[in-house]
Design a protein around this ligand. Structure first.
Ligand SMILES: [Ca+2]
Ligand SMILES: [Ca+2]
Ligand SMILES: [Ca+2]
Ligand SMILES: [Ca+2]
Length: 544
């Protein structure tokens, strides 16, 4: 009798718990299916198939968000989704890349991509910025009926209809976001918490392309320290910082050869203070371009080395010249005014003098506008409320607060989410004879193995479940739910959404031949059929 026969022969298990869970899941599938069919019927009876070929001639003022026209149609159809992450440009628009110089491509998020591709003056082609859902919405009439008409389509081809995705608050135009994923770990910081951390003060130039330059002293916490405090994972490659007006900036963790990518870790080069009467807005009120009026500029002269005791770092600033940053508000023209309560401040990577504004008619000056000079001011996110640490851990998706950013401005908070420590991960538990082990029994003694799971933050995420035993000299055996017992090799027990299994259920009960057995219970952060063992527990059984 081989070990497999032993397992099969002796296998007797209380499947009741698992069966109840399975039945609940089947009910849920039926419910979703009915909902989908209801949507189909509604769409058909409404006859809402509008093939309106739109000429995209959009008359809009500068800085006006196109989303305001379309979001009303989406929210009218889905009033309960107002203010969710779907009530955002990213519902219909994608990010993109452009070739800045031959062979050099720059990636932009949905907001920046729209502004880049479509332009502030509406001169570009908005269609270039649409994701598959946005495209379906457009060709179906670009109105509330269009939202209904495309409900049962799977625009992004990820296997879930638009209606199902929207109900689950998942992007219907992004195949990387679907209802089997759970929100990424997140952590909220208050201003008081930031102030309690080790402070960093630095004097620096904020050089912009066309908004005017200034020297300033900012105080805050180094972003590197903040992310360490949040438990940044070794897998993190960079951060995207969001402001509540929809603006975002990406920053890699380590220094990058791209001059426009400002890194999070480490220090930036020292710089010289550059002063010229032509640039000084206090002296040259017609076309000066640099504000030297900050108290921290006092006593400095042209070509003085700027000394910052702890160097220049990317900081999350909350004070300017010792005063709280002015909170951000959205002006009548949709432009963000103010910069607080928190501003992400990157120093210059390649220090240079303040240069004339690009839109100034007078470039016959000491430091005319130079496209290739370092304009760090443009990468300094004002009123930052969200830091996404990328890439998001497998099986997770964006948290649902993108449009709640204004509340964070008022409440002086910032949220960090993504590749950070999960304070509430799944905890699998496997026991032999009620013990965590190791367990030693005599030949002929009964052995029972039970598993339990606290699904934690991953409740609802689709996963591979594994119940396996590694028997000395005979290799792996798996308990496969669909087969009703144990079989040789590694096969998932079941592939389904993570749920808490409390109390524990039996997976083996009987006797085993003399030998050593390592029993495993694992759940993965994916459902790809390959054993990852993202979260696992083990118990050793020795039969003497
Ligand atoms: Ca889909
Ligand atoms: Ca999707
Ligand atoms: Ca400038
Ligand atoms: Ca897997």
């Amino acid at each position: 009798m081989c070990l497999q026969d032993v397992f099969n022969f002796n296998f007797s298990v209380d499947l009741h718990g698992l069966q109840i869970l399975r039945d609940n899941l089947l009910d849920e599938c039926v419910r979703i299916k009915n909902k989908e069919e209801g949507m189909k019927k509604f769409a058909a009876t409404a006859g809402a198939i509008f093939m309106v070929m739109l000429t995209v001639s959009l008359v809009l003022s500068a800085y006006h968000h196109e989303g305001e026209y379309d979001s009303q149609h989406f929210v009218a159809q889905h009033p309960d989704k107002a203010g969710t992450k779907l009530d955002h440009c990213a519902l219909c628009h994608t990010g993109g890349q452009y070739e800045k110089k031959p062979g050099k491509r720059v990636s932009l998020g949905s907001c920046q991509w729209c502004h880049y591709s479509y332009g502030y003056d509406g001169s570009g082609n908005i269609v270039d910025t649409l994701n598959p859902y946005g495209m379906d919405y457009l060709v179906n009439g670009r109105n509330q009926n269009a939202v209904a008409a495309i409900a049962d389509k799977d625009s992004d081809g990820d296997g879930y209809s638009n209606a199902v995705e929207i109900a689950a608050v998942r992007y219907p135009g992004n195949a990387n976001d679907d209802p089997t994923k759970v929100p990424a770990p997140s952590r909220v910081y208050t201003k008081a918490q930031l102030e309690a951390m080790t402070q960093h003060t630095q004097f620096m130039l904020m050089n912009t392309a066309r908004s005017g330059d200034f020297y300033v002293q900012y105080t805050g916490v180094p972003v590197e320290d903040l992310l360490k405090d949040a438990g940044i994972l070794g897998s993190a490659m960079g951060i995207t910082v969001f402001a509540p007006d929809g603006w975002s900036n990406y920053h890699p963790m380590e220094i990058d050869s791209d001059p426009e990518l400002y890194h999070v870790n480490g220090v930036y080069p020292e710089a010289y203070y550059r002063y010229h009467t032509q640039a000084d807005t206090a002296l040259n009120t017609t076309d000066g371009w640099c504000d030297y009026g900050a108290p921290s500029c006092a006593g400095r002269s042209d070509l003085d080395l700027i000394v910052n005791a702890k160097g220049l770092k990317m900081i999350l600033a909350f004070e300017r010249e010792g005063q709280d940053l002015e909170p951000g508000v959205l002006g009548d023209d949709n432009k963000l005014l103010g910069e607080g309560p928190f501003r992400l401040v990157p120093p210059q990577k390649a220090p240079c003098p303040p240069d004339q504004a690009s839109n100034s008619a007078n470039q016959d000056v000491v430091w005319p506008y130079d496209f290739n000079w370092d304009h760090n001011g443009g990468a300094a996110s004002r009123s930052a409320t969200i830091i996404r640490v990328e890439p998001l851990p497998e099986g997770t998706t964006d948290i649902d607060i993108l449009e709640a950013g204004w509340e964070y401005v008022d409440e002086e908070k910032i949220i960090i989410y993504g590749a950070i420590t999960d304070p509430n991960p799944p905890v699998p538990d496997i026991k032999a004879n009620g013990q965590d082990g190791p367990v030693t029994v005599s030949s002929g003694d009964a052995i029972s193995v039970t598993v339990g799971l606290a699904a934690g933050s991953r409740i609802g995420q689709k996963a591979d479940w594994w119940v396996a035993a590694n028997a000395s000299a005979l290799g792996f055996y798996s308990y496969v739910y669909g087969m009703g017992g144990w079989m040789g090799g590694l096969t998932p027990c079941v592939q389904m959404e993570l749920i808490s299994v409390l109390p524990s259920v039996g997976v083996f009960s009987g006797t085993l031949p003399v030998g050593e057995y390592d029993f495993y219970f694992a759940v993965d952060s994916n459902a790809d059929g390959n054993p990852d063992g993202t979260w696992f527990d083990t118990v050793k059984v020795t039969v003497q």
